[in-house]
Design a protein. Structure first.
Lengths: 342, 981
């Protein structure tokens, strides 16, 4: 369906052409480049590997899987007979463009065996590489503050749901979810591993945005330092680990509910269960803080402290030039714009 | 709130919207490749594109541009560029890639965008100049175009009228265009084309030509399973940007990359298998892989049986054998059995285990083996052409020829549109300076021997053009070039057509300023994937003004100063050579639309686009444009893709009148050739002697197109080589190079001098400040073991002694080079003796005493004040060393290619040595020339049919058939030594 290609194009940097694409889909006015940066480029990275990879980063095995899938389809020839397919394998626009292309090739294929293969490829593409992560990803747009992206996420969600109704998916989970390790317990794996895993949705079931951290600061009264997400969270844990962990646990519980109906049932259940497990871990950790400092819990593992380095920086927490209170999300977004995707 | 339409309704809406927009030739989705290359302005906004002015930052100042396509001229890849023309000032502000170009697809290397720095070079030649003192003295005076044209035309006219056609010569570097100038020379009836190719690619191209009739490879890297590069092609080779992006796509799809490169080049760093072969051993390694394929039965026997000329080989070489394929397979195995991995390891220095591993990788490629060799080993070594023969042998064994992922012949991936008024005539005279009888099989002109041949044969050139070419600097033996250029007995008038000052132009009589890539018209088409495209180079300010409704009569009206474009220059010059048309020359440059008037470039290209490019008129009409308007707007057009294995194509019935098939399966028919708009050079094949034309070859009971070779098949065995005196080299084999270890002596080393720096391109980029800042020197790569033996470290001066002299350069000690080998990039070492360009040229003193020449650097480059504030920021002084001057000519006796690698001795510099010193004895150069000449087998003794050269071999500006006949010997039988016939 061309619809998927069109929806994919709209997650890219806004261009003049987007106006007519959006108009054809009845979407609100296209966002500005700044809105795209604030909502998408700096927070909701549209790459499957971020949500399916064990490190929560772009690339790696999660992208390799998709590239392998493309190779199996004989792709990689830009401008070839299958022109129009993007070459950045795990970008949402690429995946949705590929879905539209597979639909077209399937429609045009006269050989029944090849048609059957393309039908199977379509199922694999949707199940393994799209439905496995788009549910929680689209859920993250809720409350993003830009009507266009909210409407876009809603329409894409509905379109994916339609596929769910039409297609016969396998009775096993997508491979990235099957293989995703549990959230890291700092008491066994150390602080850095715990911190890394918190930003890997495939491990926690939770998407933790920069805006979420600002809300954390706002609601707990902690000081939000300027820096990438991990740095910011480290500083929260250094300031008041109990409050920070409680807030994160509540956030994970909230996520568990939010993702429960966004994807095909087994996938949605996996995300929801994983978020619940994460919430449980965070609650335990918060409770342990009552009896032992969080740093000590991490240190007990013999692995480097999660908040190592935080002590030094927290001693400067009154430095007005680098501290940012979580007042207006707009202002904090602009301060923290430089960090994070890796 | 109204209900949202259904998903199906929305899908229909967006599909309809897309179809409607694209029907108008506009872009529905932004960008050509929307994720990573999203910055391309959509083509419908190329006439009014708005960007913020980066120099105004932090103010947000908008600038409006017209985006006008052209083609890069900084190398032969001909990548598409988009010029950003400021609508307010009508100046070019920058260049970016043209996403509509099928070859480069919007991507460029550093040299493309750097074009803007060449346009604004403060030392640019802006007016025609005439020599005011002695040649080389550096004194010039401005001259009007009219005066220069009249003088040059008068001399050419006199030469033609007095039957001195041989005295006119046009010497071109990289042409960067298809056909215009050759057409001009054909119109003049002059066999005066002289290319640089024999110091460049002709070694490899001779190898390819002998195999398949076409002389260049067109590898389909993006669909390959295994990519084998004999070169650093990924970073700096010919067509490297279009190929490199496809190599990387192939790798992304899982292809394995094998690189043969003595140096740890950037290409080698990307390889899955890097073989640091000793220079000249490449063919031995390739043949060991071939032996592995044959020995293990891992070759495509069906393809070999079908398409090799094995029957001819058996009949001629094994008359006692039954002519069966089984017998051939037996012979084939015996032929290559000696090329074991152990033998190749001993020759190359690469372990037998590694070679076996790589051979297995090749064996697993199936028909998806893409291979490439352009210069590199083929340009470095005696017998270098056998490197290409041995490399293509692997393709031929696997059947990886003109199939997806394999290697195609260039002529099937290249489209040269037939021009208006194609001169039907061929020169009547044979030019012995460029095509001497000693080199009957030379792929191209023996250009680099010109100083020796003019001296030896006491020949005079009345008018000698150097066109964007710098032989004094680029060729070996530069002092012999200076001796020739300053000798009025040999060079009557030297006209340098160049956009940029160069060492050769310093010795010219006229220096005529020509445009850069955005200031000239040209057509290009190159083999960069399995497809056919044309690219249009155009003066972008001319196109921009025309978009604004202005009429531009001449490109000279929109260029800086008096800069012109060559095509209008040639038209004007031709009219002055034949002012009244009585010589039959002018007619080819007369307007068809306005008889009696000059043809304009608009008419020339407009006619081609309207009549010779299939599909273009219809495509243009679909957008409401003329074909010329379409090309001016988009700069490129793809005629077709997926050409496929044309050799398998069945010859249609319509071409088979009175067909006759000879004993070798060659099919001849009385039907004339079908009209083709594509005039890409192809070998002329002999008819059957009864008036029939070769149409194909019978394979599998069907007459198919086959290959344009004498046999119609792939010529594993070259009957041409055998017949013209080289039977022992007629099959792919291994020639021990002149730099083979056994020939170097105790202290000898091999010097690799041919490699490029990725951001430079011979002499063309010398005035590009951005590029010069990135790369401006050429230290000598020395392996640590050799450095210890020589007693030097990085930065120390070394003296590199060649056969005819020496140069002094800094050492760079690195493990990235094979022990026993040193390497120095040929890109650097630009020089001037006095006033001249100030960027990246050293000021030197030249000293001559008899045949002894010396050069000493007085100072390097440095900051200077000009209109461009950047010139005051030049922070480097070292501009490298001009090593080529110390190299003797070393022509391969078969391909004619200069064998660049040098046998040298490297010593720690002495107390009197200074950086950049050069010393040469040109008497030794002449002795070297004579010794290499002795390796030849002249047509005078070896021609099987009394001609100078096999008729079927490719040749620019092919003379008429009678001119091929050798003159009747009057003395010792050598036609050249007897003077012109």
């Amino acid at each position: 369906m061309e619809l998927f290609r069109a929806l994919g194009s709209l997650i890219e940097v806004p261009a003049a052409e987007h106006a007519r694409v959006a108009a054809a889909l009845g979407l609100p006015a296209v966002p500005t480049a700044a809105e795209h940066a604030g909502v998408v480029a700096q927070q909701r990275y549209p790459y499957a590997s971020v949500y399916l990879g064990v490190e929560g980063m772009m690339g790696g095995e999660a992208r390799d899987r998709i590239e392998g899938f493309r190779r199996a389809l004989g792709l990689g020839r830009e401008g070839g007979p299958r022109r129009g397919v993007e070459t950045s394998a795990d970008h949402l626009a690429s995946l949705l463009g590929l879905l539209a292309s597979v639909d077209e090739w399937r429609r045009e294929e006269s050989d029944s065996a090849r048609k059957a293969l393309l039908t199977q490829a379509r199922v694999t593409l949707v199940w393994e590489h799209l439905a496995s992560w788009t549910g929680p990803y689209l859920a993250s747009f809720e409350g993003c503050g830009v009507p266009f992206y909210q409407a876009w996420a809603s329409l894409l969600g509905d379109s994916m749901a339609r596929l769910d109704r039409e297609m016969a998916f396998p009775d096993y989970l997508p491979a990235p979810l099957r293989g995703a390790p549990d959230p890291a317990d700092p008491r066994r794996e150390g602080g850095p591993a715990f911190m890394g895993a918190l930003f890997a949705p495939a491990r926690t079931g939770v998407i933790l945005l920069r805006d979420d951290l600002l809300r954390l600061a706002d609601e707990t009264g902690l000081v939000c330092r300027a820096g990438e997400r991990r740095y910011v969270l480290n500083s929260f844990l250094a300031q008041d680990p109990g409050a920070a962990l409680e807030w994160l646990a509540a956030h994970a519980e909230d996520w568990s509910g939010r993702v429960a109906a966004t994807s095909p049932a087994p996938v949605a259940r996996w995300w929801s269960d994983r978020a619940t497990a994460t919430a449980r871990l965070l609650r335990e950790l918060a409770a342990d803080v009552e009896t032992a400092p969080f740093e000590a819990q991490c240190a007990a593992s013999g692995v480097q402290n999660a908040s190592s380095g935080v002590q030094n920086t927290s001693s400067k927490s009154h430095d007005a030039t680098s501290d940012v209170r979580s007042a207006a999300p707009k202002a904090s977004t602009s301060v923290s714009a430089a960090a994070d995707v890796r | 709130m109204s209900a949202r339409p259904s998903i199906d309704e929305l899908n229909d809406r967006v599909s309809a919207a897309r179809a409607e927009v694209e029907a108008r030739g506009e872009t529905f989705y932004p960008g050509a490749s929307r994720v990573h290359l999203a910055a391309f302005p959509p083509k419908e906004r190329w006439s009014d594109w708005v960007e913020l002015d980066s120099r105004a930052w932090p103010e947000r100042v908008e600038r409006r541009y017209m985006l006008v396509p052209t083609t890069c001229f900084n190398c032969e890849s001909a990548c598409g560029l988009l010029a950003y023309v400021d609508r307010e000032t009508l100046e070019v502000r920058k260049f970016e890639g043209n996403p509509e170009h099928p070859g480069s697809r919007g991507r460029n290397c550093a040299k493309g965008p750097a074009t803007v720095t060449q346009l604004t070079d403060p030392d640019r030649i802006l007016t025609p100049l005439k020599r005011a003192g002695e040649r080389g003295e550096g004194k010039w005076e401005p001259v009007e175009w009219d005066e220069a044209l009249d003088d040059i035309a008068g001399r050419i006219r006199a030469a033609i009228d007095e039957d001195r056609h041989r005295e006119i010569m046009y010497h071109v570097g990289r042409p960067g265009e298809d056909g215009f100038t050759e057409r001009t020379l054909a119109a003049w009836g002059v066999d005066g084309h002289n290319s640089h190719t024999n110091i460049c690619s002709s070694g490899a191209r001779a190898g390819y030509h002998l195999w398949m009739g076409m002389d260049r490879p067109s590898p389909d890297h993006e669909n390959a399973q295994v990519i084998l590069l004999v070169s650093s092609h990924l970073e700096a080779g010919h067509y490297f940007n279009p190929h490199a992006q496809r190599v990387m796509e192939g790798k992304k799809r899982g292809a394995k990359l094998i690189v043969f490169d003595t140096r740890l080049s950037n290409t080698a760093t990307h390889a899955d298998h890097w073989l640091s072969t000793y220079p000249g051993s490449e063919a031995a390694v390739l043949l060991s892989i071939a032996n592995h394929l044959i020995r293990t039965g891992r070759y495509n026997a069906a393809f070999v049986e079908r398409w090799w000329n094995w029957q001819e080989y058996l009949e001629e070489n094994h008359p006692d054998e039954a002519v069966t394929f089984e017998a051939f397979q037996q012979v084939l195995g015996e032929l290559y059995a000696k090329f074991t991995f152990e033998f190749a390891a001993a020759e190359s220095g690469v372990s037998a285990e590694t070679l076996a591993e790589v051979a297995e990788v090749v064996a697993g490629a199936g028909t998806q083996l893409s291979t490439h060799n352009w210069r590199s080993a083929a340009a470095g070594n005696l017998g270098g052409w056998q490197v290409a023969r041995a490399l293509f042998l692997l393709n031929a064994l696997l059947g990886a020829i003109a199939v997806p992922g394999g290697t195609y012949p260039n002529a099937w991936n290249k489209f040269v549109p037939r021009p208006i008024r194609m001169p039907p005539r061929h020169p009547k005279h044979w030019n012995e300076l460029t095509w001497p009888a000693e080199y009957p099989l030379s792929l191209m002109e023996m250009s680099f021997l010109l100083p020796h041949l003019t001296r030896q044969r006491k020949t005079h050139l009345a008018v000698y053009f150097t066109r964007v070419y710098n032989p004094v600097w680029t060729n070996p033996d530069g002092f012999s070039w200076i001796e020739m250029l300053t000798d009025p007995e040999r060079i009557g008038l030297h006209v340098a057509l160049t956009p940029t000052w160069n060492e050769t132009a310093f010795f010219a009589d006229y220096v005529l300023p020509m445009g850069h890539s955005s200031e000239r018209h040209d057509l290009t088409s190159y083999e960069q994937y399995d497809g056919l495209w044309i690219g249009f180079r155009q003066p972008v300010l001319r196109a921009a003004r025309e978009r604004l409704g202005e009429t531009v009569e001449s490109t000279r009206d929109v260029t800086p100063g008096e800069v012109w474009e060559e095509n209008e220059f040639w038209i004007e010059l031709t009219w002055r050579i034949d002012p009244d048309g009585s010589r039959g020359i002018r007619q080819f440059f007369e307007s068809r639309e306005r008889p009696g008037e000059k043809m304009t470039v608009d008419e020339y290209y407009g006619w081609i686009f309207a009549n010779s490019v299939p599909g273009l008129p219809e495509k243009a009409a679909g957008e409401g444009r003329s074909p010329l308007e379409y090309m001016r707007r988009y700069g490129a057009y793809e005629i077709g893709r997926t050409v496929g294995p044309l050799y398998e194509e069945r010859v249609p019935e319509g071409e088979m009148a009175d067909v006759s098939i000879d004993g070798a399966g060659r099919a001849y028919a009385r039907t004339g050739p079908p009209p083709s708009p594509n005039v890409v050079p192809m070998p002329p094949l002999e008819g059957d002697g009864e008036g029939r034309r070769r149409v194909g070859v019978e394979v599998g009971g069907v007459v198919r197109r086959g290959f344009p070779t004498p046999s119609g098949r792939l010529e594993f065995w070259s009957g041409t080589l055998a017949a013209w005196g080289w039977p022992e080299l007629a099959v792919p084999g291994y020639v021990r190079s002149h730099v083979h270890r056994s020939k170097l002596g105790e202290e000898g080393m091999c010097l690799i001098s041919t490699f490029r720096l990725p951001v430079q391109i011979h002499t063309r980029s010398a005035n590009a400040k951005w590029l010069n800042e990135i790369a401006h020197t050429n230290p000598l790569w020395v392996h640590p073991k050799d450095a210890v033996r020589i007693g030097v470290g990085t930065g120390d001066l070394v003296r590199v002694e060649t056969r005819i002299g020496h140069f002094v350069v800094k050492a760079w000690v690195t493990e990235g080079i094979h022990p026993g080998v040193v390497a120095c990039s040929h890109h650097m070492g630009r020089w001037k003796t006095g006033d001249g360009p100030r960027q990246n040229m050293a000021t030197v003193a030249l000293h001559q005493e008899g045949s002894g020449w010396g050069m000493r650097q007085k100072r390097g480059t440095g900051p200077f004040r000009s209109d461009d504030p950047d010139t005051a920021r030049i922070w480097w002084t070292d501009v490298g060393v001009h090593q080529n001057m110390t190299f003797p000519v070393q022509p391969d006796p078969i391909s004619g290619a200069h064998c660049w690698h040098q046998a040298v001795r490297v010593r720690k510099a002495g107390a009197g040595d200074r950086y950049g010193d050069i010393s040469v004895d040109t008497a030794k150069s002449r002795e070297a020339f004579r010794q290499w000449l002795e390796l030849t087998r002249s047509a005078a003794e070896h021609s099987p049919d009394g001609t100078r050269r096999p008729w079927w071999l490719l040749r620019p500006v092919r003379p008429e058939r009678a001119a091929y006949d050798l003159p009747r010997p009057a003395g010792n039988g050598d036609p050249n030594r007897n003077g012109p016939p």
